[in-house]
Design a protein around this ligand. Structure first.
Ligand code: ADP
Length: 464
């Protein structure tokens, strides 16, 4: 239900806090009410015992007993009844129940010789206490009646309600602060994790060698250190790999140039058979192919070490110049280039690399034109809003299959059509394009449909 760790943690902390507050409130309030009742019980048991002793001494003197009960009512506010073993009321401090037979659990318990207490609520809360009246000597006491005492406890309940309100207000304040603290705590836990996720995404996007700073010494801090270490190690490995490719490519350049020069001088010779001449031409072609592969590899490895020579330049101008350079090649393949880039936008960029990027994209659009179509067109367009400048390079060429789309920026990837149609290439062009975009911190993506055409979109963030 809660997908984000932050919300899940915050809700869990909040629930724990709220449930704890509720449990503590219940215990405190319950104990408080019970202790109020206990205090009242003890006081009135004491009064009951005093009345019981006085009643025992004056059991056969109804007048004195009535006086005693009335005196106690006046001083304690409770009502006192003297009840005999037949449950008949012998005296009532309120003079209402004399002669009546009454019973209830307290009376029955009292008549068995026990002290008893009960609480009733019939609109008014009343505590009833029964204290046996005994006569005889110690060890041989006989129950001759009980004193039944009733006292209102609404005041206790009002006191309890007051405290309950105070506790409720304090609990609400504590609960709200607890929930706020939970959200802050879960934010401080999930925020660095979010940062690490973003950083890991950058690493997987090829930004090796970068590090993330998290000023923490806990497990998350250690995880950040580990990821940083991994990033630096991967960067070292990647740099060595590139250096190796760069060195090998470089070493191959000279012998290839010599082979080409030697074969070309052989071709100048006149006493060569037709077959030998044909083979030697094939050798020159293959050497040319190898040389352009090595050129691609060298460009790619050079890009890794490249520092951008940034200048703030008008994009439309660079596009116009590049289109001018590519126009003859396009024309020779019957491809029209339409340049409708119109925005007067200046962006910081490396002019040569940006040109190289456009040349590769245009070159691909020309190479992968659709021979079946009457007209092959490439359209360069742009659009700018407040934060983003977007350039589109669209063609109506052979297109790229859906399963190949995620792979085309990978080194040495070539579509099946490029291979089967024998179109020249090594799968390095788009890798270079992507690398140049990454170096500028631009984004490049592709949309394509087989048989319909391909659009490359370069997103250039403005104000960054
Ligand atoms: P290369 O062109 O040398 O094969 P790239 O890296 O430039 O290498 O392109 C990789 C693959 O992407 C190509 O082999 C081709 O299948 C596909 N591709 C690139 N651009 C286009 C395009 N404009 N139209 C159709 N397919 C393309």
């Amino acid at each position: 239900m809660f997908k984000s760790l932050r919300i899940r943690l915050a809700v869990t902390y909040s629930l724990i806090i709220i449930l704890t507050i509720l449990a503590v409130d219940f215990l405190i309030l319950n104990n408080y009410y019970l202790s109020l009742l206990d205090e009242r019980k003890i006081t009135f048991f004491t009064y009951g015992s005093m009345v019981s002793d006085a009643a025992s001494d004056n059991y056969h003197d109804p007048l004195s007993i009535n006086n005693i009960l009335e005196d106690f009512t006046n001083t304690t506010g409770a009502r006192y009844l003297l009840i005999n073993t037949e449950s008949q009321v012998l005296a009532d401090s309120m003079s209402r129940l004399q002669g009546e037979y009454i019973t209830n659990p307290q009376i029955r318990n009292g008549l068995k010789g026990n002290e008893a207490c009960g609480i009733y609520d019939d609109g008014r809360r009343v505590m009833q206490i029964a204290v046996p009246v005994k006569t005889g000597t110690r060890g041989n006491l006989e129950v001759i009646g009980i004193i039944l005492l009733s006292t209102g406890i609404d005041d206790l309940y009002a006191n309890y309600t007051d405290v309950r309100w105070q506790v409720a207000i304090i609990s609400i304040l504590a609960g709200v602060s607890g929930v706020m603290v939970s959200f802050i705590a879960s934010y401080s836990l999930s925020n660095p994790i979010k940062k690490l996720i973003g950083f890991s995404r950058r690493l997987s996007g090829g930004h090796l060698g970068e590090t993330v700073t998290l000023p923490r010494k806990d497990e998350i801090g250690r995880l950040a250190d580990t990821i940083n270490f991994m990033s630096l190690e991967l960067h070292k490995i990647e740099t060595n790999r590139r250096k190796f490719i760069g060195n090998v490519s470089h070493e191959l350049k000279t012998p290839l140039a010599s082979i080409k020069a030697l074969v070309e001088s052989l071709l100048i010779g006149e006493n060569l058979s037709g077959k030998a001449r044909e083979f030697l031409r094939d050798v020159v072609n293959e050497v040319d192919r190898l040389s352009s592969l090595i050129k691609g590899l060298l460009t790619y490895t050079r890009l890794e070490e490249e520092r951008l020579h940034r200048e703030t330049l008008m994009v439309s101008e660079i596009v116009r110049n590049t289109v001018k350079i590519m126009a003859p090649l396009a024309q020779s393949h019957n491809v029209t280039i339409e340049n409708i880039v119109k925005e007067k936008i200046r962006v910081p960029c490396d002019k040569n690399l940006f040109k190289e990027m456009l040349v590769n994209l245009l070159d691909n659009s020309i190479k992968y034109r659709d021979m079946q179509k009457a007209e092959n067109r490439i359209v360069l367009s742009d659009h700018a809003d407040k934060n983003l400048y977007r350039i589109n390079i669209s063609d109506n060429g052979i297109g790229i299959s859906e399963e190949n789309l995620p792979l085309i920026f990978e080194g040495f990837f070539r579509g099946e059509l490029s291979r089967s149609k024998d179109i020249e290439g090594y799968g390095m062009g788009l890798t270079i394009v992507k690398k140049i975009a990454d170096l500028h911190k631009w984004n490049i993506r592709v949309d394509s449909k087989l048989g319909i055409g391909t659009t490359f979109t370069i997103d250039i963030p403005l104000n960054s």
